[in-house]
Design a protein around this ligand. Sequence first.
Ligand code: ATP
Length: 435
Amino acid sequence: MDLKSIENIVSLCKRRGFIFQSSEIYGGIGSTWDYGPLGTEMKKRIKDDWWQSIVTKRSNVVGMDSSILMHPKVWEASGHVSNFHDPMVDCKKCKSRYRSDHINLEKPCKKCGNTDWTEPRQFNLMFQTTIGPINEEGNITYLRPETAQGIFVNFNNVQTTARQKIPFGIAQIGKAFRNEITTGNFLFRTREFEQMEMEYFIHPDESSRWLDFWNQERLDWFLRLGIKKNKLRLRAHGKDELAHYSSACYDVEYEFPFGWSELEGIADRGTYDLDQHNEFTKKKLSYFDPKTNRRFTPAVVETSAGVDRTFLTCLVDAYTEEEVRGENRTLLKLSPKIAPTTCAVFPLVNKNGLPELAEKIVEETRKQFSSFFDQGGSIGRRYRRQDEAGTPFGVTVDHETIENGTVTLRERDSMKQIRISQDKICEAINEKIIS
Ligand code: ATP
């Protein structure tokens, strides 16, 4: 897949209602995207699947939902005020702005070919805002640049109310904001995005064991979403990439058309965050171990994934152009787990009671999964639309349905069709989803 395919994916997303440019009727606003009906469904399924695998299925991980605005001191304690910087350079001729660690300053500017750069300077990525109507220093705070700090500051509240014993995790999904110097590659790098984060609190002697455990769990999750194995890898951070408090960090990476890039960071953060909040607040964010009768500050293994990057990865991985019997077709080979529509139902012709029958089937199948009725255009066109929307199953109602109650069930990827009784549609689809 080449970079052109990203453009094709952007236009498919618009055509089918996955993603629209934000404020499009006003000319749009850079690198900001709105999820349409299909995109919203798919994004929700990704988040639900993450929540299911991290929280619902584990008795020692609980969820929370902290606010976006927090006390400004949180960001001093976390180190974001002093350290959450990226180095920025400007091309002196055309004024284009870049992250200096993302380009080679020996090479000319991509836009104008000039090699006269400003000195790199540090730019803080946090979005500043004011609380209340008066713009004074005391009112300044930030839109959170990560969801994690909302978990750390609530450590005591959650641990005591959920009565969790170490090792245990706290997870949340929510928006984060970063005033990135350069955005781009569609949903890959935006200024407003969602994260799915979990902080796993452990005994400090056990960090490396839990880091290995979560590396494997998280890689497996991406595989279970149906992403191709040969396009995924786990990369250990080099010593020069590690934060001073972190002794090890891994990225789950995907091979995008623009190169291997991070989907999720899995980090041993030691006791850094709780220590910092302890120091700034003088409150004891710590754990009393009933086995040893001793209190200690737990260490943390963090898993931090981007919802939108996962969404983009699923699209890029599923996007397929192929030739079938001399005709081109474009399809999204999405896993039925995350496909926005599970089944589309078509009347072969719009007469003889077939549309009414098809609508009844939609109503029935909707009790189990998302089902969509489409009677517009030729049957071939309707299949093509659903292929592009990633709908894994198509049911066609025809004159035989009236005669003997059977329909055709078509699979998106193989295009194989079988004839089954209309009462068996849900059973057959559920069986295929599981297998
Ligand atoms: P990068 O090096 O790509 O800027 P990062 O190492 O700063 O990412 P983390 O702070 O580890 O990212 O954030 C965890 C996850 O949040 C990332 O793996 C990514 O999926 C997501 N994420 C971070 N920044 C953005 C962004 N600007 N747009 C979309 N997703 C993002």
